[in-house]
Design a protein around this ligand. Structure first.
Ligand code: SF4
Length: 279
């Protein structure tokens, strides 16, 4: 990974602007925005920048979404090529207004990115698609290398943190993907900490993820994007993050990222061992 520079930040911003692409880096007010863009990486957010859900932790705008843009997959592929990414992370807003939740748009984007960037590792961070078999299968048909769906928080806090989602539905999505694709892809999930969860609840969440075969875990500090969002209950100590990482490794996760600034896509390309199966 190159060293961050202001020039690279400007180039990343210019390219994303020119290709009219949205990123979760900006939309979610990610604290790593400067670092990642200054190193020439970003996480693309497809299907618009208006989400149909209103999760209490998330800075992405909730509004009536605009129609999907048919050429967006090609623009993501072109940005990936120009940024010379070896590992791309693609996420999307939740599109409950579309029958398939935007799954087909994901499939087209993965295929366009792979066609223009052969050998690239493609990681998708998807909404729950309301646990639709057809939608999940549609994404899997394009053979992403890493399938990420976040649990976001522990079971008890899920109704508060993600009132339109359920804890078990998210686990089920991850289970279905693992059951269908086995070791041909990696599944990944993450939780934000500092929302009032207990250590026992975090460990139980990690156990639940392992039970559905989840391979990769991310744990990061929740930071409220504004005073209108869920309040911060606690800063998790660096030692606690290390303790959680050790516990996760002991549970059998293939890769764990745990630290205050860790986000789903933070340093995502560092997951190389075991090698990601590339299509
Ligand atoms: S951690 Fe992910 S979302 Fe945040 S700036 Fe980096 S690439 Fe973007």
């Amino acid at each position: 990974m190159p060293l961050p520079t202001a020039d690279t930040f400007g180039r990343t911003r210019g390219l994303l602007g020119e290709l009219k692409l949205h990123t979760v880096c900006e939309s979610a007010k990610c604290p790593n925005h400067w670092e990642c863009w200054s190193k020439g990486t970003a996480t693309f957010m497809i299907a618009g920048d208006r989400c149909t859900r209103a999760c209490g932790f998330c800075a992405v705008a909730t509004a009536k979404p605009l129609p999907l843009e048919a050429d967006e997959p090609l623009r993501v592929a072109e940005a990936t090529r120009r940024m010379q990414l070896k590992h791309v992370v693609i996420t999307a807003v939740a599109r409950d207004d579309i029958a398939d939740g935007g799954a087909e748009h994901f499939r087209r984007t993965i295929e366009a990115v792979r066609e223009l960037n052969p050998g690239i590792v493609i990681e998708v961070l998807v909404p729950d698609f309301n646990d639709s078999d057809a939608a999940i299968e549609s994404v899997l048909a394009a053979s992403p290398n890493i399938f990420n769906h976040n649990l976001e928080t522990v079971r008890r806090l899920t109704p508060t943190v993600r009132h339109r989602a359920t804890y078990d539905r998210s686990l089920n999505v991850l289970k279905k993907v693992k059951d269908r694709r086995g070791q041909s892809l990696f599944t990944k999930s993450g939780m934000m900490l500092g929302l009032g969860e207990t250590e026992a609840e975090v460990l139980a969440g990690m156990e639940d993820l392992r039970r559905v075969g989840c391979d990769i875990l991310t744990l990061g500090q929740y930071l409220p994007p504004s005073q209108k969002h869920l309040p911060l209950v606690e800063y998790i100590s660096p030692k606690q993050f290390v303790d959680y990482a050790r516990a996760a490794q002991a549970m059998g996760f293939a890769h764990v990222s745990s630290g205050p600034l860790v986000r789903s896509s933070y340093h995502a390309d560092e997951f190389t061992s075991p090698p990601v199966p590339v299509v």
